[in-house]
Design a protein around this ligand. Structure first.
Ligand code: GTP
Ligand code: MG
Length: 194
């Protein structure tokens, strides 16, 4: 089957709420701590290494980057939380942009929360979960870098996150060996078809 994410293209990055594009179609946010593997996952989803920039230095993605999967269906790559390298003012900018976005965005249909499978549910992840719950937005826990742990640990991590959160799905992926992307694509297409 053809990969429905294959033609995903980068549209633009936004740093201020006033520059957000018109509020239509379907948007799914990709969120998570810096270095969790969001941009790598986006590239693996689309099977295109050049789509999103992979950071060697954590915290380099510093805006909301809009990607279009197809007309009316967008994925938004968020700057990683915890900008050790970018300074306080960035954190503030990001907070207000994200707060405004959540408050009024009709297009927002779901949030993927990317977490390194070895370090899931850190306080900042719980804050993102709270944000989703307070606005009644469905969220999916995406446990990344599954290549770093045994199958046994992988299964336990999935069970743990399923137990303690209200995530509509918990999936595990590896951008290194490409496991789990069939599942992740299914979950994303679910938001589109809701
Ligand atoms: N072993 C392994 N490493 C990975 C995987 N996914 C990402 N990485 C590595 O983790 C680092 C961060 O990956 P990114 O995809 O840039 O992470 P990000 O979440 O987009 O980071 P920010 O843009 O800073 O928020 C890079 O060195 C990647 O090569 C994976 O599935 N397995
Ligand atoms: Mg990134």
């Amino acid at each position: 089957m053809k990969n429905p994410f294959k033609n995903t293209t980068f549209l633009f990055g936004v740093t201020k709420a006033k520059n957000l594009p018109s509020d239509d179609g379907i948007e799914v946010l990709l969120s998570g701590r810096s270095n969790a593997g969001k941009s790598s996952a986006l590239n693996s989803l689309a099977d295109n290494k050049k789509l999103a920039r992979i950071s060697k230095t954590p915290g380099r993605t510093t805006e909301i980057n809009f990607f279009e999967v197809e007309e009316g269906f967008k994925l938004l790559d968020l700057p990683g939380y915890g900008f050790a390298k970018s300074g306080q003012s960035r954190i503030k900018d990001w907070g207000s942009l994200l707060g405004k976005y959540f408050k009024s965005r009709e297009a927002l249909k779901g949030v993927l929360i990317f977490m390194d499978i070895r370090h899931s549910l850190k306080p900042i992840d719980l804050e993102m979960i709270k944000l989703c719950e307070s606005f009644d937005i469905d969220y999916v826990a995406v446990l990344t870098k599954s290549d770093k742990v045994s199958k046994n640990i992988e299964v336990k991590a999935i069970q743990q996150v399923s137990k303690v959160t209200n995530a509509i799905e918990v999936v595990s992926i590896s951008s290194l060996n490409k496991r789990g992307f069939g599942n992740l694509r299914k979950v994303l297409l679910g938001f589109k078809n809701e």
